[in-house]
Design a protein around this ligand. Sequence first.
Ligand code: PMT
Length: 419
Amino acid sequence: MSTVDLTNKQIVLAISAGIAAYKAPFIVRGLRAAGAEVQVVLSANAHHFVTPTSLQAVAGNPVRQDPWDSAAEAAMGHIELARWADLVLVAPATANTMAKLAHGQADDLLTTLCLATPAPVLVAPAMNQQMYRHPATQNNLRLLETLGYELIGPDSGEQACGDEGPGRMSEPDALIAAVGRTLATPVPGNLKDHTVMITTGPTLEPIDPVRYISNHSSGLQGLSLAEAAAAAGARVIVVAGPKVQASSAPIERIDVTTALEMEQAVQSRLPEVDIFIGVAAVADYRPATSHEQKLKRSGEPGAEMTVSLVENPDIIAGVARHAQRPKLVIGFAAETNDTLAHARAKRERKGLDAIVLNDVSDPSIGFNSANNAATFIYDGGEVTFPKQSKRQLADSLISQIPDIFASQLADTNPETVTQ
Ligand code: PMT
């Protein structure tokens, strides 16, 4: 039985002409078993691999193939269908279909629909391993990601053509789970009566009036969490480092520059906080001296200069061992190697209830990018989230927190002030 809940969700399954299309009826059945209504769209040649008759039987809706089918258009025009969808899943997505999507071509119903829909589009590549590895396909995959398409898979292994390698479409269960994650939204009221404090962005540690130590954090991941928490009904306080963009969500924001200022802001409001989430990339060290005047060059080429650094306080570890510790303290871990082992150890060392691991050796996620992928590590479980937008990841995390930590969150903090 499916553990994914897609009750009242409207999904378009868009099938292009690859051998993996024979699995499409299982995807339709799984989506319907999870509660979704499903409309099926075939590319011009997909019927060579799976029959419209069997798809219509499992979907319980007529299958659409032709943008010029006046009977189908009279029932639901293709633009209407594009608007109807809560999500479009392109599975299998052939190299040809991905190339068209990457370049905005709309020469059949499937590609027109993807261009016309405001809904998220998930793409499940499926093709021969050599076609998958081709630089043209790889370029198209990167383009699709920058355009906001979410890629699911492919898996690697034995292929229908006898080859071995990457290009197998992800299994129907994995695709349905990805649909569930993408459509997971914070349940309004789920965090009602809770105050959530989130640190985000970099800190900036001045060397002199014009130079500083900092990092590439944009603050987007923390801000996305703040927006998701506000959508779940929480009262939200964001402590933001420099250059973090504005947000339209109803959140209280405290702007800081240095790690010491961030620590002070956090500690001063801690008694009000039920859930603390440390997303900020706090500079671990600051210059021992911040010079009032701009430092001058020595004028000697190759001359060395030393800046002494002192360690900054560990803000989140201080929150976790504070006398007025929030009920839940969640950290982030930016790791580049042995990521799981380091993140698990960091959670223990800092005394955190949970930690969200980012592998920041991948430049397409983490610092200063639109997307993120993560493993949520807590006592008794680990959940992996594939690459997705930072807001989608925030929605998934925030929608799971009340369930995972139900007993810890049960008592309402008497000092919590509701807005
Ligand atoms: O801001 P974005 O561009 O959206 O990028 C998001 C992100 C990559 C910055 C974010 O997802 C992330 O991984 N944040 C944690 C970055 C980090 O500094 O990780 P860390 O492994 O060094 O720190 C572990 C935890 O300790 C973090 O919760 C951090 O906030 C906290 N910490 C670290 C040092 C310190 N002196 N005080 C702290 O509180």
